[in-house]
Design a binder for this molecule. Structure first.
Ligand code: HEM
Length: 207
């Protein structure tokens, strides 16, 4: 069991190491990669934001169902994503037509909860790191549509998350790591399904 001051020092490196390969795959995924490399059009930006929405919104509900007190619930990042998508003129959320979304295993213990929240809160650290280059690369008409990435600017969320992990401890490190790896895998599978569907939709009809 891992608890107290050792949590951040011991558990965070374990989580980072165990999810390193999965992180590399997701940040090179064709839906996410345009955020940092290659061409970035309004349409590609919207596709990436919608993919992010499709695991943030349902996982925020799963987190709130597990722990609902105000000190525990994560920031409502899915609302920021929805606002950006609306500003981009994307209608999928309003039309309830968001395509494949995360519907994986919700957390069933504090260790699983922290493992899964790590994926989201760590992702938010990544969001902070890419905001400035992202604004540089966005087409001029989209440069102001960064509510989601702007919202990641406050390091308090990351610190609050580790305080919460301390509060919920002692945690089973192996169970925490397994939950983080599983959540990353489920997100990757969802992104793959979205990507495959977009290729099918984009293909010219053959007959
Ligand atoms: C283009 C997409 C992405 C890029 C360029 C990116 C980049 C980064 C960077 C630069 C960091 C380090 C931030 C820091 O230490 O200050 C980071 C951390 C992290 N990112 Fe991403 N990220 C991307 C997408 C994602 C996604 C979609 C997820 C979740 C599904 C994710 C999960 C994480 C996690 C868990 C960490 C924390 C690792 C640690 O413990 O240090 N990232 N990311």
């Amino acid at each position: 069991m891992t608890t107290g001051a050792s949590l951040y020092d011991i558990l965070r490196p374990k989580l980072r190491e165990a999810t390193k390969a999965a992180h590399h795959r997701i940040d090179h995924h064709p839906l996410m990669a345009p955020l940092v490399r290659g061409e970035l059009t309004a349409s590609l930006y919207g596709d990436a934001l919608l993919a992010l929405y499709c695991f943030h919104a349902p996982s925020e509900r799963a987190f709130a169902a597990f722990l609902s007190d105000l000190d525990s619930v994560p920031p409502c990042r899915s609302e920021w994503l929805a606002a950006d998508l609306e500003s981009l003129g994307r209608t999928e959320i309003a039309a309830s037509d968001i395509g494949p979304f995360w519907s994986g295993q919700p957390p069933s213990s504090p260790s699983e909860y922290i493992g899964m929240r790590y994926v989201i809160e760590g992702g938010s650290l990544g969001g902070r790191a890419i905001l400035a280059p992202l604004i540089e690369r966005l087409p001029s008409e989209c440069k102001h549509i960064t509510r989601f990435f702007d919202g990641q600017q406050d390091e308090r969320d990351w610190l609050n998350f580790w305080t919460l992990a301390d509060r919920l401890g002692p945690l089973d490190a192996d169970e925490t790591v397994r939950a983080a790896v599983r959540f990353f895998d489920e997100i990757e599978q969802m992104a793959d399904r979205r990507w495959q569907e977009s290729l099918t939709t984009a293909s010219p009809a053959t007959n």
